[in-house]
Write a protein that binds this ligand. Structure first.
Ligand SMILES: [Cu+2]
Length: 424
């Protein structure tokens, strides 16, 4: 209602102004003045307004800056974030100086040289010295900004120091999963072929391959049995679907057998150094913790579409691209507790958000981040269970005779199976 009233007032105001100007034109015509005649008094009036306007303009600018200061992010909570903020502030300083200087000159000259009958404009088409000046000075400033920006960029994207601990962030519509290395300090290998209900990140270990093969084998057994007993009664479309499903699962099985061969060869060649030997103690978890004042190398992957890891308080962002691992390393500098004091907000939490519009629930794709002292972090990490100790793989729990349980277990995995691109 209020909005409607304000709109009505604005519309009526515009109408009133147009009517008034029309009245002014008509009275001028009655006084024998032509429409295009502009008196010197009018020009002077406009010139004075040209000088008055920037005061209101700059006052509004300053008011906005102060009034909305609390909408800005708090102080940067990472080492590189401070460099980035400095770079941004440096750019702002140049922009604000240029903004004030150019606008002051613009309005000053517009107000000073208003039209007067007895004064003719001086024709001054060209001055090479001035032109050189306003080409070279901005060029030097630009080069300075670029050199400074590149040096910051190179420091941020440099190769992390050897031995920097890795933490994986795994994106999928519409949530995040974190993976921490176990006692060996190394993240294990992953492969999309192993993604299933019990192995959301597709961690490859001799055991996870065995489990997945057993799961798929169970599906084949159950489906083949179904084909045998019910095949004769099924309508043709259902029958084809069933046969196709068996073929599909068998192809999947074949691919995982190939993967197992690769793994066996790698383990034979590299022994304990093989990444296939590092996965079983990895911690796969829906929580995100980082130690303060320690370097961390985030390895970022996606299961489905492009997402983006965005940690605004740490001034960090990196795309999560399906089919490849992206990386960003950083050093958090302020714990969650300290930030609660700094922001005077007792419930403050760092947040990891998705920053690519990745689907209907993109807006809610987030996970809180806890930055804590190294000791507390280590305690937290030690309380988490490794990937293969956290849950006993389904195929090993279920007694071979209990087919009903096998079916319910395996059908739960089918959506993950159909995620795979159908190539053959
Ligand atoms: Cu997303």
């Amino acid at each position: 209602m209020m909005t409607l009233l304000i709109l009505a007032v604005i519309v009526l105001g515009i109408l009133a102004v147009t009517r008034l100007s029309r009245v002014y034109e008509l009275t001028s015509a009655l006084r024998g003045k032509r429409e295009e005649d502009i008196t010197e008094r009018d020009s002077r009036m406009n010139a004075r307004l040209m000088w008055a306007f920037p005061f209101a303009y700059f006052a509004f600018f300053l008011w906005l800056t102060v009034a909305y200061a609390d909408q800005m992010l708090p102080v940067s909570a990472s080492e590189h974030g401070v460099w980035l903020d400095d770079l941004l502030n440096f750019n702002w300083a140049i922009l604000i100086v240029a903004f004030f200087v150019t606008n002051v000159l613009l309005f000053y000259f517009a107000g000073k040289y208003y039209y007067r009958k007895d004064r003719r404009a001086y024709f001054y088409p060209h001055n090479s010295k001035w032109e050189l000046g306003w080409t070279i000075v901005p060029a030097i400033v630009m080069i300075g900004i670029i050199i400074y920006g590149l040096s910051v960029w190179n420091r941020i994207t440099s190769v992390p120091l050897a031995g920097t601990p890795q933490v994986e962030l795994y994106a999928q519509q519409f949530n995040w999963t974190a993976r921490y290395p176990g006692k060996d300090g190394k993240l294990g290998a992953t492969d999309f072929r192993l993604i299933s209900g019990t192995n959301a990140l597709g961690v490859v270990t001799p055991n996870s391959i065995k489990t997945r093969l057993a799961e798929l084998e169970e599906i084949v057994v159950v489906e083949k049995k179904k084909l045998e007993t019910e095949g004769g009664f099924l309508p043709p479309s259902k029958l084809t679907a069933l046969e196709d499903h068996i073929k599909h699962v068998e192809r999947m099985r074949g691919r995982i057998v190939n993967l197992r061969t690769l793994m066996d060869q790698d383990i034979a060649a590299r022994g304990a150094e093989s990444p296939y030997n590092h996965g079983s103690d990895d911690i796969v978890i829906k929580e995100f913790h980082l130690p303060v004042r320690e370097n961390v190398d985030l390895v970022i992957r996606s299961q489905d579409v492009i997402h983006s890891v965005f940690l605004p308080h740490l001034r960090a962002q990196m795309n999560a691209v399906p089919g490849m691992a992206t990386r960003i390393h950083m050093k958090p500098t302020i714990t969650t507790d300290s930030m609660r004091t700094i922001t005077a907000n007792p419930v403050f939490d760092y947040i990891l958000m998705c920053n690519k519009i990745c689907g209907a629930s993109h807006y809610n794709m987030q996970m809180p981040l806890t930055v804590e002292p190294d000791g507390a972090y280590k305690v937290w990490l030690s309380q988490q269970k490794g990937f293969e100790t956290a849950e006993i793989p389904a195929a090993e729990v279920v007694p071979a005779t209990d087919t009903a349980a096998v079916i319910s277990n395996t059908t739960a995995n089918i959506p993950a199976v159909t995620n795979e691109p159908k190539k053959n």
